[in-house]
Design a protein around this ligand. Structure first.
Ligand SMILES: Cc1ncc(COP(=O)(O)O)c(C=O)c1O
Length: 370
């Protein structure tokens, strides 16, 4: 099976046009202060450097990220679409553990015509992603003659609000490695963990499993959740695969992050004192609000899945799967109405033209009525 999509392997993205000569010059002759002092200097990596350091910090500095492997895009949404373009052809499928963030399905499907096939997980074991569940989903696709190109994990998970443990991540890595399919980890909520267990990135697991094929591993990230600015549209692809980095960079012109935004985030993320304070204060406040909300829900008889991350709670009172395996009980049942009654929020809601379509305020998860 071809590892990458046709568009990534043929010249359909204009690889041979003069437009990319600058990139090619850098790719074939990169500057290095000692090994290649006469090489081509890439002038656009200062922001990547700041983002790489920030991603390391959020992961407790237990891993290193190479700024040259970072490609910016329009939010995690743009990052996922670009990756899907690089990895899969229309009609191919990605496995995705259910329940999952519903935006994934419509967007990947709409833009790339990629199918998302659910890996059915159960509330009886806190929606653990087991090897058996992965194998079952994979076999079902094979039986239907659908080509599976990868597994898409979301860690910490929206909508579960939980982190994947070391065993699950290792098993997922081994599964994708055995099947020779991609492992894409959407780590957009990595800095929203407010209680133990800590977040473990796939980057750490890869470090511990040297024998696995790195060309198959890709991380999707964005500043939308961890820094709370979805409107800035700063998305990140971090791929361990050189061809994917090259292809994604060429495609990134579809959703470039503005120079002004890049400049702003570079200076903000380079401020270690601010970043440290922001991350610890944000985790503290998320923990407090989680406690208030879960306590309030339990007082009116609504249980919720025990969680330690994210910006939401899952009504854990009952498991329910639709025919496509997606647990729809994340929106709860008709016991509670969450009303956002702050005047400012009302005003914002009434003025959709002022909001980014990616703002959490327009998310069905925030406006859930149960
Ligand atoms: C798991 C997950 N991935 C991606 C996104 C999209 O993020 P962005 O606003 O950076 O495009 C969201 C937004 O809610 C999400 O929850």
């Amino acid at each position: 099976m071809e590892l990458l999509s046709k568009i990534a392997t043929n010249d359909g993205h204009g690889e041979n046009s003069a437009f990319f000569d600058g990139w090619k010059a850098y790719d074939s002759d990169p500057y290095h202060p000692t090994n290649n002092p006469n090489g081509v200097i890439q002038m656009g990596l200062a922001e990547n450097q700041a983002v790489a350091r920030f991603m390391e910090k959020v992961r407790g500095n237990r891993v290193r990220f190479d700024p040259a492997r970072i490609v910016m895009s329009g939010g995690a949404t743009g990052a996922q679409e670009t990756l899907a373009f690089c990895l899969a052809d229309p009609g191919d499928a990605l496995l995705v553990p259910a329940p999952y963030y519903p935006g994934k399905r419509s967007r990947l499907n709409m833009a790339n015509r990629i199918q998302l096939l659910p890996v059915i997980c159960h509330s009886s074991n806190d929606f653990k992603i087991t090897r058996q569940a992965l194998e079952t989903a994979y076999k079902k696709a094979q039986d239907s003659n659908i080509k599976v190109k990868g597994l898409l994990l979301n860690n910490p998970s929206n909508p579960l609000g939980t982190v994947l443990n070391r065993d699950t991540l290792t098993e997922s890595l081994k599964f994708t490695n055995d099947k020779k399919i991609h492992l894409i980890c959407d780590e957009i909520y990595s800095a929203t963990v407010f209680a133990r267990p800590n977040f473990i990135s796939i980057a750490e697991i890869l470090q511990e499993n040297d024998e696995c094929n790195r060309d198959l591993i890709h991380i999707v990230y964005s500043l939308s959740k961890d820094l709370g600015f979805p409107g800035f549209r700063v998305g990140i692809i971090y791929s361990y695969n050189d061809s994917v980095v090259n292809c994604a960079r060429k495609m990134s012109s579809f959703g470039l992050v503005s120079t002004q935004t890049q400049h702003l985030i570079a200076s903000m993320l380079s401020d270690d004192v601010f970043v440290d304070r922001f991350l610890s204060e944000s985790a503290k406040r998320l923990g407090q609000r989680h406690k208030i909300l879960s306590r309030g829900l339990s007082q009116v008889g609504i249980g919720s899945l025990k969680s330690n991350a994210g910006l939401f709670l899952l009504d854990g009172s009952e498991e329910g799967s639709s025919s496509d395996g997606i647990n729809r009980k994340q929106y709860g049942k008709s016991k509670l109405e969450i009303s956002l009654s702050f005047r400012r929020l009302d005003e914002i809601m009434m003025a959709p033209h002022k909001m980014s379509p990616h703002s959490p305020m327009s998310s069905p998860l925030v406006r859930a009525r149960t």
